[in-house]
Design a protein around this ligand. Structure first.
Ligand code: UDP
Ligand code: MG
Length: 336
């Protein structure tokens, strides 16, 4: 992919980029950076860390600037507003230059100390090395249970197999990143997209720590929407479900009609049956509304996709020393 006269990688050494989406993480970021730097330095390969400021309302951007002032390996991607983690990650991936790219949360729930292990598996030839949690400290039993149900449902419904208990913490090879970046859909269910691109994959187990500081941006309403997003992005089974329900109800109605026909002939017709009429009416009405709602979910997504908007806009992109060494790097992320 190297253009003539534009050595993509003058030193020839393989480079590592770490992409960190950040939304209101001012308390955690300095500690995160403090823990990350020794890990990366020990790898013995050129590295950069791309901090994506996802429209934070606190001093996150200032903290990032402070880090960049003392550490040339820091790149800052400042989004024009809060776009959500999925798009923040995409912006970071657009801006990074590494031959291998790690995505990691800023809140220290994903231990940076795992990165050498991820790199090891990448060196062994895997394109997508995902960190799989074998425990979720500091998370409620309810959250664990809902996560488990979610993975099971989506595993059943969609064709790509999405690994369970896996977040966004992972390493990707350059070809996997490039493949992922060609998927520019607005509704970015990243867990699904990661799985969709394929390539040799490998899981590495780790312990998920509780958040270091600050609050989780998740609540159950968001999780529910996330689940709907995942299912509608990767499966059309709900659409088919409406058809099957319709067929089932029609068959039952047909049998019931036969029974009424027979009853009227045999016993005559007395005007009764208001309760059963109401039940059938309400049942069908409700069923139809659900069906329309499901259709609407898909239609709404089509509506959003057809607008074909850019995924995000940048206030500013300040590349790292690695990024600046790359030809034409500044502003690269702007043609999102
Ligand atoms: N995040 C983001 N944009 C958002 C929400 C979250 O970039 O709109 C980042 C956040 O700063 C953190 C990561 O995504 O680095 C995970 O967020 P959080 O810890 O709130 O999620 P959880 O760990 O509870 O799934
Ligand atoms: Mg977290």
């Amino acid at each position: 992919m190297t253009e003539p006269g534009c050595p993509e990688n003058p030193t020839g050494a393989e480079r590592l980029s770490v992409v960190v989406p950040c939304y209101n993480e001012q308390e955690v970021l300095p500690e995160f950076h403090r823990r990350l730097v020794p890990v990366l330095s020990a790898l013995g390969m050129p590295w950069e860390v791309v901090y994506v400021n996802d429209g934070s309302r606190d001093g996150t951007l200032e903290v990032m600037r402070g880090l960049q002032a003392v550490c040339g390996q820091v790149a800052i991607v400042d989004l024009s507003r809060n776009f959500g983690k999925e798009i923040a990650m995409t912006a970071g991936l657009d801006a990074c230059v590494g031959d291998a790219v790690v995505i990691i949360d800023a809140d220290l729930q994903d231990p940076p100390e795992l990165i050498p292990q991820l790199v090891g598996e990448w060196r062994a030839g895997f394109d997508m090395v995902y960190a799989r949690r074998d425990s979720r400290l500091g998370e409620t039993a309810l959250k664990k249970a809902t996560a488990r149900v979610f993975y099971r449902v989506i595993g059943r419904l969609s064709r790509v197999s999405i690994p369970a208990d896996t977040g966004d913490f992972r390493l990707m090879s350059r070809r996997a990143v490039d493949a992922l970046l060609r998927l520019r859909e607005q509704h970015r269910f990243m867990k699904g997209l990661f799985a969709w691109v394929g390539f040799p994959q490998k899981a590495v187990l780790y312990r998920r720590d509780p958040r270091f500081a600050g609050d989780t941006k998740w609540n159950y309403w968001k999780l529910w929407n996330f689940a709907v997003e995942g299912i509608t992005s990767f499966s059309t089974v709900p659409l088919r479900l409406a058809t099957y329900c319709g067929v089932g109800i029609a068959v039952i109605a047909f049998i019931y009609a036969g029974w009424i026909f027979y009853k009227t002939l045999a016993f005559g017709d007395s005007v009764k049956g208001y309760p059963s009429l109401m039940v059938v009416l309400l049942f069908l009405g409700g069923g139809q509304l659900i069906g329309i709602g499901v259709l609407g979910e898909y239609l709404g997504r089509m509506f959003n996709e057809t607008k074909n908007r850019p995924l995000y806009f940048l206030n500013e992109h300040r590349p790292s020393v690695l990024g600046r060494a790359e030809c034409g790097a500044p502003g690269k992320a702007n043609d999102a």
